[in-house]
Design a protein around this ligand. Structure first.
Ligand code: ATP
Ligand code: MG
Length: 149
């Protein structure tokens, strides 16, 4: 399917509007209004949904989230947050099923630890890669790169 990125991202954000409001999060979408990407929707949707959900979940009050997408030689989708960050040690394991950084700090969210393993697996199924750049206390950036048909 051909996905129109702006409305697609807006629609996902809408399902988190209460948390976004409660945490006073600022969300910026940098990608061009007109960008569309042809992909398998049932794989692409959970990738984007989980990355945005995590960015919102692991952001603190007054945080900023930046979402960017576009084309180079591949399609890229980037989610940056100014949240709690992930240590290098944890970054090595973060894509494993059921892995959560620390129960005390993730306790509020009550997640299962499956989100990023889905992101990783579905990205591979689509022939792409996912990269993480994160610093404890500063925030995280997840970059997904996917092939262009
Ligand atoms: P769920 O299955 O509901 O997604 P989860 O969010 O705990 O549960 P993952 O999405 O796989 O599971 O993330 C794994 C862990 O990685 C999280 O528990 C959290 O500790 C850490 N993490 C993920 N994204 C971020 C982020 N943007 N900032 C800080 N920590 C993160
Ligand atoms: Mg998650």
């Amino acid at each position: 399917q051909e996905v129109s990125l702006h409305p697609f991202v807006q629609e996902i954000l809408r399902s988190y509007r209460k948390t976004i409001k409660d945490k006073h999060l600022t969300i910026e979408i940098l990608g061009d209004e007109t960008i569309t990407y042809v992909t398998k929707y049932e794989l692409f949707y959970p990738i984007v949904k989980n990355l945005i959900e995590n960015a919102i979940q692991y952001s603190q009050i007054d945080g900023t989230i930046t979402i960017d997408f576009g084309f180079t030689d591949m399609f890229y989708f980037i989610v940056n947050d100014s949240g709690i960050g992930i240590s290098l040690e944890d970054q090595e394991r973060i894509f494993e099923r059921f892995y959560r950084v620390d129960k005390a700090r993730s306790r509020h969210s009550g997640g299962t630890g499956l989100g990023l393993s889905i992101v990783h697996n579905y990205t591979e199924l689509l022939g792409g890669t996912v990269m993480i750049d994160s610093h404890l206390g500063l925030g995280s950036t997840f970059t997904v790169r996917l092939p262009i048909k």
